[in-house]
Design a binder for this molecule. Structure first.
Ligand code: 28F
Length: 657
């Protein structure tokens, strides 16, 4: 189907060609994460319409043929003809490559509804896109297709101009698209992943209803619906659900300054760690940035001023530290603003300097009157009391930390004695295996490549640090040897710059104890060295579960599914060994199956959904037994890695999520 392309058409197509040539530039990857970004681009446009107050419902449907439908009940994409481009607003949104592409030059316009930022990217990477707009009592449709024509790929080309196809009283936009199998490694959206993102959007956009329907399996239709009229306050309640909170209602407020809308909610629990999650335009800023800095600075200032005002702090007393006011805090900071600069390793750090004063303004304007309002006296005094206690313990912990640091320096040898370090000195090459048990530790020491692989055997279970203060952690030998071996310091002193190993690989048995040790180690890293996880340094080693032997042919299987394949291929007359623990393998087997980078498989631990991980750590590691029993009875699956870590985003080494 060829026709003369006008100069305008060629310019538009060149734009979409650019997307198809380098999809990773626009949606991050062509693996599972990139596929989900396709959906999120369209959902974001519907959310824009809702965030601007014109829609209150967004629905997502996953179809059998792997196409996806997103629908909102907003005003509908404009159907009028764009005066300069001579095509409808719908065609503009789906064929014009907006400069603001989130994954292009990482600026993203907001609130005033710079819609359709990513719609053209989705169009370029889809086999087809069907758009239906209901507005002004009429239904309009337009279809875009990507196809190959004499070796050339045409991307996202309108089959025909926007056409009026019926009448209706409804209004809104409905987009159905089929991601192009020539671009994506998988077309399988993950229901839980999508559901979690929609739940997060529901918390961030109060009062908007998000629906998800999975129609891919006959007879196994799954539905989810989220709507939180409490918005961020409900989000805080979700994250604090299993915790003992110091006051019943989260403190929440919002304010705008210089065109930046700031929303904040927080609530203290009786724990000792801080958990602050932040967003810009509904995008999680896992690496923090100027908005988080503003929140921390303003909270510290407002709370210290308040402590002085009520004479808890005398003039001669030093101010409390920010970390004292943040001990036990669960907080969410959500900004809506234009032309965002994302920075950092994974482009999830907010760089705009103007965001800091905007957040400081919101906290100062709203928290000061809150504290002074006598109806909040109980809450205010709980916050002050918690901070004063934290400051006292900090003082003693500082001494304990210094002592521990001195001790670890002084006793470096015996402490590190447990550690079999490697000869190589390049942190980027080096790997530290934290191995459960002395016998496995012994095999790992003998089997490893000592040029770049260090071994730290753990004797028994380390301390569960959830609900423990820092000095208890520092007093625990196992963690002291890990802290010393890694070289990063801990908590507030943590710095990645002195990390001695690029990969920290947890090797534990594939049984309940192994899973528990893994969970304890991950809790420790999550609580006191979180950047090790967010920067992708923490891995879980996967030892084989089975050894299948026939004659001198030996094949290892890493899970039940693989065992079936291996035994089918092996045919009759094979012998089967089920490994109960790492200690059953001799050094060369352990090396071959689990440590040799050539053929081992590792799971990289990441945090895809901070709120979910926060919630899980509390449920599984906290001191309340009932919710843990309930969760485990629902989810336990101790044969595989999928238990506690399953909520942490996992990617195979060198593979996709
Ligand atoms: C299922 C996905 O994409 N919803 C959208 C709108 C509404 C407007 C709009 C969108 C042209 C280029 C500005 C309507 N009336 N859901 C969606 N709803 N885009 S996308 O305008 C796009 C303009 O950018 C809209 C008045 N103003 C804006």
């Amino acid at each position: 189907m060829s026709k003369e392309y006008s100069v305008k058409d060629i310019k538009i197509m060149e734009g979409l060609e650019a997307v198809r040539m380098r999809p990773g530039m626009y949606i991050g990857s062509t693996g599972s994460r990139g596929l989900h970004h396709m959906l999120y681009e369209i959902v974001d446009n519907a959310v824009d319409e809702a965030a601007n107050g014109y829609a209150d419902e967004v629905s997502v449907t996953l179809h059998r043929d792997r196409s996806v439908t997103v629908e909102d009940n907003g005003r509908g994409i404009p159907v009028g003809i764009h005066e300069k481009l001579g095509v409808s607003g719908v065609e503009v949104v789906f064929t014009q490559l907006h400069a603001g592409g989130k994954f292009g030059n990482d600026s993203y316009g907001y609130s005033g509804g710079l819609h359709g930022v990513g719609a053209s990217v989705v169009n370029a990477l889809s086999e087809y896109v069907d758009v239906e707009v209901c507005t002004g009592g009429k239904v309009y449709n337009q279809r875009f297709e990507s196809y190959e024509e004499n070796g050339r790929i045409v991307s996202g080309h309108p089959v025909a101009p926007l056409a009026e196809t019926g009448r209706t009283r409804r209004q809104g936009t409905k987009v159905t698209f089929l991601p192009d199998k020539r671009v994506f490694e998988t077309l399988d959206m993950n229901f839980d992943t999508v559901a979690k993102r929609l739940r997060e959007l529901a918390y961030l956009n109060r009062g908007v209803t998000f629906k998800l329907s999975d129609q891919r399996e006959w007879g196994n239709k799954k539905e989810k619906e989220y709507c939180f009229n409490g918005g961020l306050s409900d989000y805080i309640k979700f994250m604090n659900k299993e915790k003992t909170t110091l006051y019943d209602e989260p403190i929440c407020f919002s304010a705008s300054k210089d065109g930046i809308m700031v929303e904040v909610a927080f609530q203290h629990n009786d724990g000792y760690t801080e958990n602050i999650v932040s967003y810009v335009n509904n995008i999680a800023t896992g690496e923090g940035g100027t908005h988080e800095t503003g929140f921390k600075a303003a909270l510290t200032k407002v709370m210290n001023d308040y402590c002085r005002k009520i004479q808890v702090l005398k003039d001669k007393d030093p101010s409390l530290m920010g970390e004292d006011f943040r001990e036990g805090i669960t907080a969410v900071v959500s900004l809506k603003m234009r032309s965002v600069q994302f920075e950092g390793q994974t482009k999830t750090k907010l760089g705009n300097t103007e965001a800091r004063p905007a957040v400081e303004f919101a906290v100062t304007e709203k928290l000061v009157p809150f504290l002074e309002d006598l109806k909040n006296a109980e809450t205010a005094s709980k916050m002050v009391e918690k901070a004063v206690k934290a400051a006292k313990v900090r003082e003693t912990t500082r001494k304990a930390k210094n002592m521990a640091r001195e001790k670890s320096k002084l006793e470096n040898a015996p402490l590190v004695g447990k550690l079999s370090s490697c000869t190589g000195k390049d942190p980027l090459q080096n790997e530290l295996f934290i191995v459960e048990g002395d016998s496995a530790g012994g095999s790992a020491k003998q089997g490893r490549d000592r040029r770049f692989q260090a071994i730290l055997p753990l004797r028994g279970k380390p301390l569960n640090v959830e609900k423990k203060r820092l000095e208890a952690v520092l007093a625990n030998d196992e963690f002291r040897s890990i802290i010393t071996a890694l070289g990063t310091g801990i908590g507030e002193d943590f710095t990645l710059s002195t990390l001695k190993y690029n990969k920290i690989i947890i090797l534990s048995d594939a049984d309940q104890d192994g899973a528990h040790i893994r969970a304890i180690l991950l809790t420790f890293f999550y609580r006191y060295m979180r950047e090790l996880i967010t920067q992708g340094h923490v891995y879980i080693g996967l030892p084989p579960l089975y050894k299948v032997q026939k004659g001198d042919k030996v094949v290892y299987a890493y899970d039940d599914a693989e065992l079936t394949k291996v035994t089918q291929k092996m045919g009759q007359g094979y012998s089967l060994q089920r490994y109960k623990g790492l200690g059953e393998m001799n050094p060369s087997q352990l090396w071959e199956t689990t440590m040799n980078p050539e053929n081992r498989s590792l799971v990289c631990v990441g945090i895809d959904d901070a709120a979910e991980v926060e919630h899980l750590v509390t449920v599984l590691m906290g001191d309340k037994v009932a919710p843990r029993k309930e969760y485990i009875s629902e989810h336990a699956n101790f044969n595989k890695v999928d238990d506690f870590e399953s909520k942490l985003q996992k990617t195979k080494e060198g593979g996709q999520a």
